[in-house]
Design a protein around this ligand. Structure first.
Ligand SMILES: [Zn+2]
Length: 365
C-alpha cells in the first residue's frame, strides 16, 4: 500500500464570480505529489504544471500566492494528459493524503469537467493530515496553515510555500515526523465530492470510536430530517437501536442537530447531525454516533435547554407580534369607522344644505 501525498495549485475566474464557469470554479495549474510506502518512506515524486483552457488570465488573488505566470505555463501540457499521467503514477488503491479537504475535491471536479475516468472507490476515504495534526497536537478543531505546522515541527524551511510540489513535500515531511501520533493515521476522512445518488447508496462507516453516516441529497433541511435513515439512532458499538433520552433537536445555527441516547450494554451515546450544502440548494447529512462522556451529556442537556429557551423566546415574540397586529387592526377599524361617520355627517349636511339655502323663485321672477 502506498500513500500519495499531493497538493494542487489552481486559478479562478479573473473576471470575478460573474464570469466564472460554475462547472469549474477552480482550474488546476499544477500537481505536485510524493509517494510514500507503507512505512512512510519516500519512494517517488510527481510534478507537472498545466496549461489552462478555461481561465487564460491569472486572477489577481491567485497571482499573489502561486508564484507562476501564464507565460510559464504556455509550454505545459493541458489537464487531460497530465491528470492521466498522474492517475497512472498513483497506482492501484493508493491512500491519498492532503493538507485539508479541498485538494481532493477540486481534483475530482476538474476530472469530471474534462470527463476523465478514474477508479476512486465509493465511499472514498483519505487522510486529511491537517485534521490529524490538529487532533494530535492542537485542539482537534483548529485548522493550521501548512507553514505553521512546518514551523512547529522544526522542519527546515528551505523551499517556497504555495508551489504544489513543495507543499506536497512539506506535507510528507510532517507525516513522516508524526511518530508520537502514529495511531491517528488510521483515522480516515470521507470525501464528500461524490455523494450517494440514491437511498440504497447511503452508507454508514464504523470507525473504532464512532460511526459516520452520509446521506444522499435532499431538497431541504425539513425533507432530510423526515428520513428514517437520517434520524435513525443505533449504537456505534453493537448496532442495536438506542433508547432515546433527548430526541433530535436543532442547535443555534440550524445546521446542527443533537440527540442523547442510552445503549443498555454500552451506556450513554450521543448523536450529531451536520447539515451540509450540496452543489445547488440541496442538502445532505453527515451523522456521527459516539459514546458520550459525562461532559457530553451535560453539554447536550445545556444545548437542549438553550434550544427550549430560544423556542420560548420565539413564541413570546410571535405572541407579541400577533397582539400588536391585532391592536393595529383594531385601531385601523376605529379610524375607518370614525372616517365613515364623519363622511356620513358631511353627506347629510350637504343634502340638508339645499333645504337651508334660500329656495324658491328668484326675486324678480
Ligand atoms: Zn451498544
Amino acid at each position: 500500500m502506498n500513500y500519495i501525498v499531493f497538493d494542487l495549485e489552481w486559478n479562478q475566474s479573473p473576471g470575478g464570480r460573474f464570469r466564472e464557469n460554475p462547472k469549474i470554479p477552480f482550474e488546476i495549474l499544477e500537481i505536485g505529489a510524493v509517494k510514500l510506502n507503507g512505512r512512510r518512506k519516500m519512494v517517488d515524486e510527481f510534478h507537472e504544471t498545466i496549461k489552462p483552457l478555461v481561465y487564460t488570465r491569472m486572477n489577481r488573488y491567485t497571482q499573489k500566492v502561486v508564484h507562476m505566470d501564464m507565460k510559464d505555463l504556455k509550454d505545459s501540457r493541458t489537464f487531460t494528459p497530465v491528470a492521466k499521467s498522474f492517475l497512472k503514477w498513483c497506482g492501484r488503491n493508493p491512500v491519498f493524503v492532503t493538507w485539508g479537504p479541498s485538494d481532493l475535491f477540486e481534483l475530482q471536479r476538474n476530472l469530471e469537467y474534462y470527463h476523465i475516468e478514474h477508479r476512486f472507490p465509493q465511499p472514498f476515504l483519505y487522510i486529511d493530515l491537517q485534521k490529524i495534526y490538529s487532533l494530535g497536537y492542537l485542539d482537534g478543531k483548529k485548522r493550521p496553515a501548512l507553514h505553521e505546522a512546518v514551523e512547529a515541527m522544526e522542519i527546515p524551511q528551505d523551499r517556497p510555500f504555495h508551489a504544489a510540489f513543495d507543499d506536497a513535500w512539506y506535507t510528507a515531511q510532517i507525516m513522516q515526523k508524526m511518530e508520537g501520533i502514529k495511531p491517528l493515521l488510521g483515522y480516515k476522512s470521507v470525501d464528500y465530492y461524490r455523494l450517494p445518488e440514491k437511498k440504497e447508496e447511503e452508507f454508514t462507516l464504523n470507525f473504532k470510536t464512532y460511526s459516520k453516516f452520509v446521506s444522499m441529497l435532499y431538497p431541504d433541511k425539513d425533507a432530510a430530517m423526515k428520513e428514517a435513515s437520517v434520524t435513525d439512532l443505533r449504537c456505534n458499538r453493537c448496532g442495536k437501536p438506542l433508547e432515546i433520552k433527548i430526541d433530535w433537536f436543532s442547535g443555534a445555527g440550524g445546521t446542527m442537530y443533537y440527540a442523547l441516547c442510552e445503549c443498555p450494554k454500552h451506556g450513554p451515546v450521543k448523536g450529531k447531525i451536520r447539515l451540509r450544502k450540496g452543489p445547488g440548494e440541496e442538502v445532505y447529512v453527515v451523522k456521527t454516533i459516539k459514546a458520550a462522556t459525562e461532559e457530553d451529556v451535560q453539554d447536550i442537556e445545556e444545548r437542549k435547554h438553550q434550544a427550549q429557551e430560544r423556542r420560548h423566546k420565539r413564541a413570546e415574540k410571535e405572541k407579541a407580534r400577533r397582539k400588536a397586529k391585532k391592536a393595529a387592526l383594531a385601531e385601523e377599524k376605529k379610524l375607518q369607522q370614525k372616517a365613515r361617520i364623519s363622511q356620513q355627517k358631511a353627506r347629510r349636511s350637504r343634502t340638508k344644505k339645499p333645504d337651508t339655502s334660500p329656495k324658491g323663485p328668484k326675486k324678480g321672477d
